[in-house]
Design a protein around this ligand. Structure first.
Ligand code: SF4
Length: 240
């Protein structure tokens, strides 16, 4: 594993602000690089691999490092964060983590804590290979209308088919430009491929009309039993 190297932008502790584990403190590993360009992307700095990364400590001190780094380097950096606060999981996020396939697999294999993988499923074959029971896959659906990703449905469907992890949740970022039919399609696909029990999170990227949000919720509930509406909580608290 030691020879595996990859581009990491940030390693830090924070409150998980999205999805199934919202409110838990996680150790985040933000990987660099993403082939998509969503209109609402909140991590534009993560889109291309960078030569320099940083470890951010809760005291707001930082330690810089040069990329690419080894899997062991990341493992040690994450371990060092335990001195600052306990955390329940390591969240691998991006960018798009599947962009660096082998490095991601190395990180998962060496992880000391349960892993949450936040992904848009851009490289579905990678998801198939990460079938570790230790990994929860938090899969984004990219609605073509609001994300600007034309083949968003193809990516989502293929990713769903390829997720073999027994632990899966789906996140639908909504900006208010979506039609309820699009949320219906996402919920339907999820239920058809993985069953109605998959947790499904509607995540407004900004304030959207009450009636529209309720229609998204209602239509998702027609197909799935665990539907929640949660904005990005860490943003509300001004956390990284
Ligand atoms: S997939 Fe994620 S990181 Fe990539 S452009 Fe979209 S929001 Fe940004």
């Amino acid at each position: 594993m030691g020879f595996l190297k990859g581009f990491v932008h940030e390693i830090f502790l924070s409150v998980q602000g999205e999805g199934l584990f919202v409110g838990e403190v996680h150790a985040f590993v933000r990987m660099g690089g993403c082939p998509l360009r969503c209109r609402y992307c909140d991590t534009p700095e993560g889109l291309t691999p960078r030569r320099q990364g940083k470890i951010l400590f809760p005291e707001m001190t930082t330690k810089l490092f040069s990329n690419p780094v080894t899997v062991e380097f990341v493992k040690d950096a994450v371990k060092s964060l335990t001195e600052h606060a306990p955390f329940s999981r390591m969240c691998i996020t991006g960018g798009e983590p599947t962009y660096q396939k082998e490095f991601l697999k190395g990180l998962v294999a060496l992880a000391d804590a349960p892993v949450v993988l936040e992904t848009a499923g851009v490289y579905p074959s990678v998801l198939k290979e990460i079938s570790d029971a230790n990994v929860h896959v938090s899969l984004d659906v990219k609605f073509p209308r609001s994300s600007g990703i034309r083949n968003g449905w193809d990516i989502f469907q293929e990713a769903l088919i390829n997720v073999s992890s027994s632990s899966l949740s789906v996140k639908a970022v909504v900006s208010g430009q979506e039609e309820p039919e699009e949320v219906k399609r996402a919920a339907e696909l999820t239920a058809r491929i993985h069953g109605e029990q998959v947790p499904f999170f509607i995540q407004p990227v900004e304030k959207i009309p009450y009636d529209l949000l309720m229609s998204f919720y209602r239509i998702a509930c027609e197909h799935l039993t665990h539907v929640r509406v949660i904005p990005q909580v860490h943003k509300c608290l001004d956390l990284p």
